[in-house]
Write a protein that binds this ligand. Structure first.
Ligand code: ZN
Ligand code: ZN
Ligand code: ZN
Length: 169
């Protein structure tokens, strides 16, 4: 399969026009398609960019296309991404931290500092800052995790500069 064929096959297997969301993966064409994605990095990046557009994700919010793709990849079969063998990298938005799940049945993961695909430096973790902010607001970041203001469960607390007026609810 060449790159042109790959892009045509994408429309059939994964593209927006694939409204049926069903695909026969046990065909020579599908195997050639997934082999091409493994071997051809420009096509893999093209695939991820196409998917991000479909998911309405702005890749500029992430260090690179690969991290954007993996941070937003969802599986219909596994609610928790840590349980899904297809999800290689998890993104902890509230810490701005990327990691590889350790698959030990718990929540642990190996933090990564560079993209495994392109080597781009990832942002420095904001975990310590997050802890300090919550303590300053009167929360115990471990015990009060369910009660912390919603913005501290997302990236909004550092992207929007946070809201200093938020108090215990
Ligand atoms: Zn290609
Ligand atoms: Zn899954
Ligand atoms: Zn990358």
């Amino acid at each position: 399969m060449n790159c042109e064929h790959f892009k045509r096959a994408y429309k059939k297997f994964d593209g927006a026009t694939n409204v049926i969301h069903w695909r026969d993966t046990d065909t020579p064409e599908y195997h050639a398609y997934s082999d091409h994605m493994q071997d051809c990095h420009p096509c893999r990046d093209w695939f991820q960019t196409e998917q991000l557009t479909e998911w309405k994700v702005d890749p500029n919010m992430y260090p690179c296309i690969h991290m954007a793709f993996h941070a937003n990849l969802q599986c219909g079969n596994h609610e928790d991404p840590r349980d899904c063998p297809s999800i290689l990298v998890i993104y902890l938005e509230h810490y701005d931290e990327y990691g590889i799940p350790s698959r030990d049945g718990g929540e642990s993961y190996w933090k990564i500092d560079h993209c495994p695909w392109c080597g781009r430096s990832l942002p420095e973790s904001k975990r310590e800052q997050w802890m300090r902010k919550l303590r300053a607001l009167g929360f115990d970041p471990v015990k009060d995790i369910d009660r912390v203001p919603e913005i501290y469960k997302t990236s909004r607390w550092y992207r929007d500069g946070g809201n200093p007026n938020l108090r215990l609810v």
